[in-house]
Design a binder for this molecule. Structure first.
Ligand SMILES: NC(=O)C1=CN([C@@H]2O[C@H](COP(=O)(O)OP(=O)(O)OC[C@H]3O[C@@H](n4cnc5c(N)ncnc54)[C@H](O)[C@@H]3O)[C@@H](O)[C@H]2O)C=CC1
Ligand SMILES: O=C(O)CCC(=O)C(=O)O
Length: 338
């Protein structure tokens, strides 16, 4: 049976649970159609309690949707991830439970690419330390001599949507663009002005190594002790993808022993990285997972997934499901997407 959204005093509105911050302007528009509830997804107990009645759950990266959450949510029909990464959602378990999963794959890629370029330039010109020193009343011009990005080689690990945008954004800086991506052909990379290299060769060549792969079992620890040992001592590493793809202990050792020159990190294995030494190293620039933290990206991400959620409850096709198998498997609940 398809739930319809005609406003009626007799038909209860579907319960839509929002567990991470979304733009208030967009969530305000939901109230006529849904019984909108909020909780803090990072607070596991609160999430497990609130999800009991939820028919739709809208999340960002701080909410983990696993088997336990799905078990607690017998009425749940759709999980909508207002962003790109689905590493915090057990998509297979959702499929088994007959729960649709959608995300917003292009919503924030420009913001992440721009942050990546900003972090690279910040490292080359020591911007955080220079700015902090002026704020402290100092004027130490000689201490902040940097390097030009022009003429350097940039290795892009993962040549998907964000990796390609980073290449486009960096091309005017006159850098040599290199990539490694096992699912992309050298011809495809070449057509984008980028040379394809095996991972070890990429790490050994790059002046900047920037990570743009999803976090999966295969990419966890992709850049570890062995890979960092191949890097030039002048290499700087950027991770705006996911914590855990770079082995943080190995990275901290490489930085402390000056085996690489620096790192810029927007993401961490545990967020916030309270027990990590990385934010305390002078050669590291850290940001608090703000790759998608722009008004534009947040608006796009929220409106994309909220449209999908509305569609699902109106019986409209839900496009771009992350788990289309939910519609063909033995899903116990009726799915309205096609
Ligand atoms: N810091 C932030 O706020 C944000 C972070 N992200 C992260 O960025 C990641 C990438 O996003 P998109 O580019 O949109 O994804 P995408 O799916 O378009 O591209 C990912 C690329 O990684 C490649 N890849 C997979 N395994 C690989 C491996 N072992 N080695 C090299 N390449 C491999 C894939 O072939 C694909 O081309 C997301 O999964 C997410 O975790 C995304 C948005 C915001
Ligand atoms: O949604 C967020 O909180 C961060 C964005 C992100 O990491 C993503 O879209 O993959």
């Amino acid at each position: 049976m398809t739930t319809t959204m005609t406003a009626s005093t007799t038909t209860p509105r579907p319960v839509l649970l929002i567990s991470d911050p979304l733009p208030a302007r967009l969530t305000a528009e939901l109230h006529g159609d849904f019984d909108v509830r909020q909780c803090r997804g990072a607070d596991r107990a609160a999430l497990l309690d609130a999800v009991r009645d939820a028919e739709a759950l809208v999340i960002r990266s701080a909410t983990k949707v696993d088997q336990e959450v799905l078990d607690r949510a017998p009425r749940l029909r759709i999980v909508a991830r207002a962003g790109v990464g689905l590493d915090n959602v057990d998509v297979e378990a959702a499929t088994r439970a007959g729960v649709m999963v959608v995300n917003a794959p292009v919503s924030n890629i420009t913001s992440v690419a721009e942050l990546t370029v900003g972090l690279i330039l910040s490292m080359f010109r020591n911007l955080p330390a220079a700015a902090a020193s002026v704020r402290a009343g100092e004027w130490r011009r000689a201490d902040f001599q940097g390097s030009e990005l022009s003429g350097k080689s940039v290795g892009i690990v993962g040549f998907g949507r964000i990796g390609q945008l980073v290449a486009e954004r960096l091309a005017p800086f006159e850098v040599e663009l290199l990539t490694h991506d096992p699912f992309v052909t050298p011809e495809f990379a070449y057509a984008h002005g980028v040379a394809w290299l095996p991972l070890d060769e990429l790490v050994a060549t790059a002046d900047v190594l920037t990570i743009h792969v999803p976090r999966t079992p295969a990419t966890t620890g992709l850049i570890g002790e062995r890979e960092l040992a191949l890097a030039k001592p002048t290499m700087r590493l950027v991770n705006t993808a996911r914590g855990g793809i770079v082995d943080e202990a190995a990275l901290a050792r490489a930085l402390a022993e000056d085996r690489i020159a620096g790192a810029a990190l927007d993401v961490f294995a545990t967020e916030p990285p309270v027990h990590s030494p990385l934010p305390h190293l002078d050669s590291v620039v850290c940001t608090p997972h703000i790759g998608a933290g722009t008004a534009e990206a947040q608006d796009r991400a929220a409106s994309t997934v909220l449209d999908a959620v509305r569609g699902a409850f109106l019986g409209r096709p839900v496009h771009g499901l992350a788990n289309p198998a939910v519609l063909t498997g033995n899903a116990p609940k009726e799915a309205v997407a096609v």
